[in-house]
Write a protein that binds this ligand. Structure first.
Ligand code: MG
Length: 162
C-alpha cells in the first residue's frame, strides 16, 4: 500500500494546578489536563492517528492507564512506539494535522515550538506538521473550560528508503 491514513481523538479533564503539556512542550497555564501519563492530549491523538494508519491497536490497548509504567510518563514514548510500528510497516510520515480545542490557554504563541517538537518526534520537517487551535465557543464541557480535546490525522507514505 503506497498511502495510509489514520485519525485520532482525545479529551482530558482540566484542573487547576496541573501542568499543561501539549505536543511535548510545557505551556504556561492556570489549568492542566488530568491523566495517568502527562496527559498530553495532542500527542495522544497523534499516537492514535499513527497507530490507526497501520491498523495497530489503539493507545488505550497498548498503554493501559492501569499500568504503573505509564504513570506520569512523557507521552513522547507513545509516539515513539507508534513510529516503530509505522517503520515496521514500511511507511514514513507524509504529513500530520491536528486541531486542539480548548478555551484556554491561547496556543498561537506556542505553535512554532509545538510543531518543531512533533516534527522531531516523527522525523519530519515542521512544514509537514499542521496545527490549529480553536475554542468551543463556550459550548459543552470544552466550552466551559472543563476539558481540552484534540483531533489528529496522519498520512503515511511508503518508505522507499530515500
Ligand atoms: Mg489521553
Amino acid at each position: 500500500m503506497s498511502h495510509r491514513v489514520g485519525i485520532g481523538y482525545d479529551i482530558h479533564r482540566l484542573e487547576p494546578g496541573r501542568a499543561m503539556v501539549l505536543g511535548g512542550v510545557a505551556i504556561p497555564s492556570d489549568v492542566g489536563p488530568v491523566g495517568h501519563s502527562d496527559a498530553d492530549v495532542l500527542l495522544h491523538a497523534l499516537t492514535d492517528a499513527l497507530l490507526g494508519a497501520v491498523g495497530a491497536p489503539d493507545i488505550g490497548e497498548l498503554f493501559p492507564n492501569t499500568d504503573p509504567r505509564w504513570r506520569g510518563a512523557a507521552s513522547s514514548v507513545f509516539v515513539e512506539a507508534a513510529m516503530q510500528r509505522v517503520c515496521a510497516a514500511g511507511m514514513r510520515v507524509g504529513n500530520v494535522d491536528a486541531v486542539v480545542v480548548a478555551e484556554q490557554p491561547r496556543l498561537a504563541p506556542h505553535k512554532p515550538a509545538i510543531r518543531a517538537s512533533i516534527a522531531r518526534l516523527l522525523g519530519v520537517s515542521p512544514e509537514q506538521v499542521g496545527l490549529k487551535a480553536t475554542t468551543s465557543e463556550g459550548v459543552g464541557v470544552v466550552g466551559r473550560g472543563e476539558a481540552i480535546a484534540c483531533w489528529a490525522t496522519a498520512l503515511l507514505v511508503e518508505d522507499r528508503g530515500v
